[in-house]
Design a protein around this ligand. Structure first.
Ligand code: NAD
Ligand code: IPM
Ligand code: MN
Length: 368
C-alpha cells in the first residue's frame, strides 16, 4: 500500500485527551514496527467553530475525503450549546458522516473478561458477550426531510423531523449486516417499530426479501425497538448482529456500552460503499461524547478511542496483526487491574487518562 493517509480530528472536550493517547500508539508503531502514516491533524466541532466560524470547514472536509481513514475524538460542549443550529459542533460530525457517505456504523460491544464484574449488570449476564450493533448512519430520522421549526399563523410553533428510508438504503445496510453475520454466528436481528411506523414496515419487508434472495444461510429475526432495549439488559447474549435505524442505533449502542462496563470502552467504525478498487471511505470514533463533566481533568477512559484505532488498522490498513496486538495490550492492562474512574470496580487502582495510555504502550513493548 502507498502512503497511509490518516487524518486525525480530536474535536472537543475529552476528544483531545483520548486522542493524545492514540498518538502514543502511532509513535510506537513508527518506532517499533516501522509503520509510518502520512498523518495530518485538523479541527472539527466547537474547536473548528472557534477558529473558522463553522463546525466543519471545506478544507477539513476535503482532507477527510482524500484520506484513507479518519480518526475522530468527540465533539460538543456547553460552550457551543446555544449557537444557532447550523453552527453547533454536532452538525460538523453529521456533515462529515454524510459527505463521506458513511452509511454503515459498526458498534461492537464486547466484554473483556477482566471487566465482567464491572458491568452494572450481573457478571453472568454479560461475561463473554460479543455482539455487533450495526447502525444505519446517513439516513432515517437524522436526515429525513422535511425538518425544522416553523412558526404557525397563530404564533405557536411546530417542530418537524421525518423518518424516511428508501429501498436501496435499507438493502445496502442490510447487506452489510448479513455479511458481518456470515463471519460471526450467522444471526441477524433487525430492530424496527413496524407495529407503528410505516417506514419501518418497509424496512422489515426489504430485510426479509434480501435474506430470501441473497442470504438464506443467515438466520433473520425481527424485534421492536422497545423490546430490543429491554432484551439488551435482560439477556444480551441472545444477539449476534443487530441492525437498525439511525436513531434507534444511537440509543441502543449507548445502552449496550454499559454492558461492557463503561461507555468509555465502546469503539466504532463508520464505513462507506466500496469504490472501483474495493476501498471504502472510513471514519473511526469512540461511541461516547466529549464528556464536559470530566473534560480537562485527565480522567477520561481512552480505551474506546484506542480500540477504534485498532479497528482502523484492521479495516482500513490491513494491519490485523497490529490491531490484535493493541487489543491484547488493552486486555492485559485491564487484567493487571488498572481502571479509569468511569469503570466502577471496588478495590481497583484508579488511574488517569495518561497513565492508562502509557500502560497500553508498555504492554505493547512487552510483545516485541
Ligand atoms: P457523553 O458521552 O459525552 O457523556 C455521558 C457520560 O459518560 C458523562 O458522565 C461522561 O463523563 C461519561 N463518559 C463518556 N465518555 C467517557 C470516557 N471516555 N471516560 C469516562 N467517562 C466518560 O454524552 P453527553 O454528556 O450526553 O454529551 C456531551 C456532549 O458530547 C454533547 O455536546 C453531545 O452532543 C456530545 N456528544 C458527541 C458525540 C460524538 O462526538 N460522537 C457522542 C455523544 C455525545
Ligand atoms: C454518536 C453521537 C452523535 C449521534 C451526535 C453527537 C451527533 O451521539 O455518535 O453516538 O447522535 O450520532
Ligand atoms: Mn450517541
Amino acid at each position: 500500500m502507498a502512503a497511509k493517509k490518516l487524518l486525525i480530528l480530536p474535536g472537543d472536550g475529552i476528544g483531545v485527551e483520548v486522542m493524545a493517547q492514540v498518538r502514543r500508539i502511532i509513535d510506537w508503531l513508527g518506532k517499533r514496527r516501522k509503520i509510518e502514516f502520512d498523518l495530518s491533524e485538523g479541527l472539527i466541532g466547537g474547536a473548528s467553530y472557534d477558529v473558522h466560524g463553522t463546525p466543519l470547514s471545506d478544507g477539513t472536509l476535503a482532507e477527510a475525503l482524500a484520506a484513507d481513514a479518519v480518526l475522530l475524538g468527540a465533539v460538543g460542549g456547553p460552550k457551543w450549546d446555544n449557537l444557532p443550529f447550523q453552527f453547533k459542533p454536532e452538525r460538523g460530525l453529521l456533515k462529515i458522516r454524510k459527505e463521506m457517505g458513511l452509511f454503515a456504523n459498526l458498534r461492537p460491544a464486547t466484554v473483556f473478561d477482566a471487566l465482567a464484574e464491572a458491568s452494572t449488570l450481573k457478571a453472568e449476564v454479560v461475561s463473554g458477550l460479543d455482539i455487533m450493533i450495526l447502525r444505519e448512519l446517513t439516513g432515517g430520522l437524522y436526515f429525513g426531510e422535511p425538518r425544522g421549526i416553523e412558526t404557525l399563523p397563530d404564533g405557536s410553533r411546530k417542530g418537524v423531523n421525518t423518518l424516511v428510508y428508501t429501498t436501496e438504503e435499507v438493502r445496502r445496510i442490510g447487506r452489510i449486516a448479513f455479511e458481518l453475520a456470515r463471519k460471526r454466528n450467522k444471526r441477524v436481528c433487525s430492530v424496527d417499530k413496524a407495529n407503528v411506523l410505516e417506514c419501518t414496515v418497509l424496512w422489515r419487508e426489504e430485510m426479509i426479501k434480501l435474506q430470501q434472495e441473497e442470504f438464506q444461510d443467515v438466520e433473520l429475526s425481527h424485534m421492536y425497538v422497545d423490546n430490543a432495549a429491554m432484551q439488551l439488559v435482560r439477556n444480551p447474549k441472545q444477539f449476534d448482529v443487530m441492525v437498525t435505524e439511525n436513531m434507534f442505533g444511537d440509543i441502543l449502542s449507548d445502552c449496550a456500552a454499559m454492558l461492557t462496563g463503561s461507555l468509555g470502552m465502546l469503539p466504532s467504525a463508520s464505513l462507506g460503499a466500496p469504490d472501483a478498487t474495493g476501498r471504502r471511505r472510513a471514519l473511526y470514533e469512540p461511541v461516547h461524547g466529549s464528556a464536559p463533566d470530566i473534560a480537562g481533568k485527565d480522567m477520561a477512559n481512552p480505551l474506546a478511542t484506542i480500540l477504534s484505532f485498532a479497528m482502523c488498522l484492521r479495516y482500513s490498513f490491513d494491519l490485523a496483526e497490529e490491531a490484535d496486538m493493541i487489543e491484547a495490550a488493552v486486555k492485559a492492562v485491564l487484567k493487571g487491574g488498572l481502571r479509569t474512574g468511569d469503570i466502577m470496580q471496588v478495590g481497583k487502582a484508579k488511574v488517569s487518562t495518561t497513565v492508562m495510555g502509557e500502560a497500553v504502550v508498555r504492554e505493547l513493548d512487552k510483545m516485541i
